[in-house]
Design a protein around this ligand. Structure first.
Ligand code: 5CA
Ligand code: ZN
Length: 468
């Protein structure tokens, strides 16, 4: 491979997606992908981790239909205004025009909240929290990119209703914590959480928080969001409950979703290197690959080594690890190249000398470091995996921290864009925001003061970036 991802990230990225067997991008509908074993496995691991955490804090799994009736989708006006350009409509059944067209879900607030109004009667029914992992459909008009901007993409969406505004706000905080665990603890991806400016909120939300990470080309990628919806939807969908003292009130809601596709894109882009994928051990489809090194090829030697290799595999498998033996006829060098490209965290090499000494040689994918372990020390692999994860996380954090710039004037602002996160100032005026957003996005308007990079008037501090 030996492709430098920093120099041309897009070429590197497409090549890795294809060669590592993550995706097949030749599906003949724009913005739609075929997920292959390697990519799907990683997504399923993220999904498993997230669903467990959501269910631990009281979310019930559910599965809603992919079609939404026109009437339901269009109930909340801000919401539909935000999505109407992006909705795929089903208009026909065979040759007949449907009486009412049906939408492919772009997100599931509207159908779910129809049901919430049936499910919620009393304060004792609250909080109600549900989640589902599904694909959603948005007719994106911006340039589509695999995993990053698709017209079909995979996510988990969580939806909650609480009896109080405080309950909803606390839920959003809890979700931010869970997403932080998924993104940074589990996937080793650093991210900033920002409250989006008014004009960039989710359609129908009171408040939107977003997780942004930094891709190798200097553009930021929004990987997940959590929205406080207040009572906007509950008023429209009539989600009312009887309070403890016999009154009636509308529920306070929140909705949230990380994009599995974007998380996978970030994982690949941030940890990968010139040889291809580099996977954090917890999500790697194969965590250890064992390569038998056979010199003499006498039947006796081959059998002995293979037997030892199987013993090593059994030992590692008994620890719950995913292990593969590559006993193919390829040359060892070709095998190394192949598994490195696939991002397998640990390679073990076992030759006649290792067999005699009862040990294995291992090479770390992330650092290339080579060391030995005795058969009896194989339990140390778990510790090595923790070390690999910590090191990937630290490297990515250092890189992202080194790409945060604080600027004052406009020329400085413009030249920092595309290199990472840029802190600057904005007066609050529309003309200045428009000027800034010609080349960048304002990720957040902070509470601290700042001097406008465009007009020089006092205002508030902002964070801006070139975004995907
Ligand atoms: N209903 C809410 C929360 S579930 C919602 O739809 N929020 S969203 O519009 O912000 O989308 C959630 C996340 O999906 C975004 O933060 C972004 O990371 C991801 N996303 C949005 N559009 C795409 C797309 N076209 N391809 C891949 N991921 C996307
Ligand atoms: Zn200004």
């Amino acid at each position: 491979m030996e492709l430098m991802k920093e120099e041309d990230f897009s070429i590197w990225y497409h090549k890795v997606l294809e060669e590592a067997g993550i995706l097949d991008m030749r599906y003949p509908i724009k913005g739609m992908l075929i997920y292959r074993r390697w990519g799907l496995f990683i997504i399923r691991e993220m999904q498993r981790f997230l669903e467990k955490r959501l269910e631990d804090v009281g979310h019930e799994p559910c599965l809603f239909p992919v079609l939404i009736s026109e009437e339901v989708l269009e109930k909340e006006t801000d919401h539909i205004a935000g999505f109407e350009e992006q909705v795929f409509w089903v208009t026909h059944a065979g040759k007949n025009l449907l009486e009412r067209k049906l939408a492919l879900r772009p997100t599931s607030e509207t159908p779910m909240y129809e049901s919430f109004s049936l499910w919620i009667r009393s304060h004792t029914d609250l909080p109600l929290k549900v989640h589902q992992s599904v694909s959603v459909y948005r007719y994106e008009t911006k340039h589509t990119r695999p995993l990053i901007r698709g017209r079909e993409f995979l996510w988990n969406e969580g939806h909650a209703a609480h009896a109080t505004a405080r309950g909803a706000a606390e839920n959003v905080e809890e979700i931010k914590g869970i997403y932080r665990e998924l993104i940074t603890d589990f996937l080793c991806i650093p991210a900033l959480i920002d409250r989006r400016p008014e004009w960039d909120k989710f359609p129908g939300a009171v408040e939107t928080y977003a997780f942004d990470t930094l891709m190798p080309d200097g553009k930021t990628l929004q990987i997940g969001t959590a929205h406080n919806l207040g009572q906007n939807f509950s008023r429209v969908f009539n989600i009312q409950f009887e309070t403890a003292d016999g009154g009636k009130e509308y529920a306070y809601q929140s909705s949230y979703g990380p994009s599995f596709g974007r998380l996978l894109a970030a994982l690949i882009g941030i940890h990968g290197d010139a040889k291809g994928l580099v996977l954090p051990p917890l999500v790697a489809p194969v965590q250890v690959v064992i390569v038998p090194i056979i010199f003499k090829k006498t039947e006796g030697e081959v059998a002995q080594i293979l037997e030892y290799v199987r013993k090593v595999k059994d030992r590692l498998s008994s620890m719950g690890l995913r292990v593969e033996i590559d006993a193919s006829d390829k040359r060892p060098g070709d095998k190394y190249y192949f598994w490195e490209m696939k991002g397998v965290p640990l390679r073990m090499e076992v030759g006649p000398r290792d067999l005699a000494a009862g040990k294995v040689v291992y090479a770390r994918r992330d650092t290339g470091e080579k060391k030995e372990l005795l058969f009896d020390e194989l339990s140390q692999v778990s510790g090595i995996f923790e070390d690999i994860a910590a090191s990937l996380r630290r490297k990515a954090e250092e890189k992202m921290n080194a790409c945060q710039f604080a600027v004052k004037g406009y020329p400085e602002f413009e030249s920092a864009l595309g290199k990472g996160f840029v802190s600057a100032g904005w007066c609050g005026g529309k003309a200045c925001a428009d000027k800034i957003e010609e080349t960048a996005s304002i990720l957040s308007v902070m509470d601290e003061p700042g001097v406008c990079v465009v007009c020089g008037k006092p205002g508030k501090a902002i964070r801006a970036a070139k975004t995907y």
